[in-house]
Design a protein around this ligand. Sequence first.
Ligand code: 5GP
Length: 197
Amino acid sequence: MLSSTDGKKGRLIVISGPSGTGKTSICNELLRRLPNAAWSVSATTRPKRANEADGESYHYVSPEEFAAMKERGAFLETAEFVGNQYGTPAAPVLKAVDQGRFVVLEIEVQGGIQVAQKLPDSIRIFVLPPTRESLMARLEGRKTETEEQLRKRLAEADGEIAAAWESGCYQHFVVNDVLEETVKEVMDIIEKEMQPV
Ligand code: 5GP
């Protein structure tokens, strides 16, 4: 049973996967179930969606603000995704890890690769949809994107899956069919990764 990081250095948990695979639901469950877990709030230049809150889902910044943050080395990693910039602010993440917390990052593959290089000790998990059709249905169902954005996100999915395999940066791949089962699988992975070698 996973109790905590025992006050030692914490662990970074990277959750990646194509848009619409249910990563956010998995991350929300991890935050609920992992002891002493922290969520990393990314910065993005993407416009805020109606169901999102500034400072909770993301820090919404202008392209100029994003560039300035990048310039002063404020990010652990950054990536461009479907025309928008995304980045993980380094300071809060590194502080929380130092405090012995589990820090959950929900980021796309290019960012996952950068984290693997900078923090090889991180646990990196890639979430796959059961089928391509299920991915399409989920993306359409959430009604947060226009037709054009939807098409771009679907086109991005194949490339992301290929990049995740080819990079060799993800130690674990899980298929998200039934959420509860996937969450159990991910919790098992984390528990095993936390065992001393
Ligand atoms: P969305 O626009 O749907 O919120 O996110 C688009 C993609 O960007 C998702 O795959 C999401 O996980 C990823 N993402 C969100 N924040 C970050 C970040 O800080 N860095 C990177 N590399 N990807 C991010």
